[in-house]
Design a protein. Structure first.
Length: 255
């Protein structure tokens, strides 16, 4: 069931989204060679505390997970696609980090992700990240009243495939609002004109994920959470929470 949000509710989601944007900005600023993933989780946790917000990630346990998620930040390095658990691993020069973060404030949730290189970037990593960001922009541009979920999926997939990258199978975006994961699902590849019609008041987390090696396969790491590319190539992830409105898509997790 899809809940259509009122304009007042969308404004409230925007406040949660501001916290998300602030946290991801702080994480990016704090990330550097020698900084541990656990230290970045602390940075994000401090932003939540200062905002009076809580984490929809911490303690979350979907059906596939062997244990509740133990952090407020997902920190996925290099060949990790998503759901990386912050550990004592210290970032190295040239690491590609995808940071995914959510916040709950006033009963509403925001969710967003960024990818960036720590230290000296490789050109191929910059292209990978730029493609994830362009795919996100294309998906958002398609998130208009009168289109369908398939139009968002097709826009994302077209950008990713044209660049020669893989797309993790069975993973994509989702509805969002009072809970982090709501209906409908938002695939990262699909056929235009198919799927649920987009209506004013829908809120979606749109999140392209791309695999540089060009294959789609992934597997769960021994921690049961981190998803890694099967071919060992690097991955990037970009995400925004977006409201569908009669005036066009409204990004709720922009800084």
């Amino acid at each position: 069931m899809v809940e259509l949000k009122t304009d007042t509710s969308i404004d409230a989601m925007r406040e949660a989204g501001r916290v998300v944007a602030q946290a991801l900005t702080a994480v990016r600023e704090a990330a550097g060679v020698g900084v541990s993933l656990r230290e970045l989780d602390t940075v994000a946790h401090d932003v939540l505390r200062d905002a009076g917000a809580s984490s929809p990630f911490l303690g979350y346990r979907p059906g596939f997970a062997p244990t509740p998620f133990p952090a407020v930040l997902c920190a996925s390095v290099n060949n990790a696609i998503v759901h990386g658990i912050p550990t004592d691993y210290r970032l190295r020069d040239g690491d590609l980090l995808s940071a995914d973060f959510g916040a709950e404030l006033g009963g509403w949730v925001g969710d967003s992700a960024i990818s960036f290189v720590v230290g000296t970037p490789r050109e191929e990593d910059l292209r990978l990240i730029a493609t994830a960001e362009r795919a996100l922009e294309a998906g958002i541009a398609a998130a208009v009243v009168g289109n369908r979920i398939g139009d968002i999926a097709h826009a994302i997939g077209t950008v990713c495939r044209a660049a020669g990258y893989g797309i993790p199978e069975d993973f994509g975006g989702h509805g969002i609002g009072r809970r982090m994961h709501e209906d409908p699902g938002v695939p990262n590849e699909g056929r235009p004109g198919r799927g649920m019609p987009l209506r004013h008041g829908m809120a979606l987390a749109i999140e392209p994920m791309v695999i540089s090696g060009g294959t789609n396969g992934y597997h769960a790491a021994p921690d049961g959470w981190t998803l890694r590319t099967n071919d060992g190539s690097r991955a990037a992830h970009a995400e925004h929470t977006v409201a569908i409105t009669d005036a066009g898509p409204r990004i709720l997790t922009a800084l």
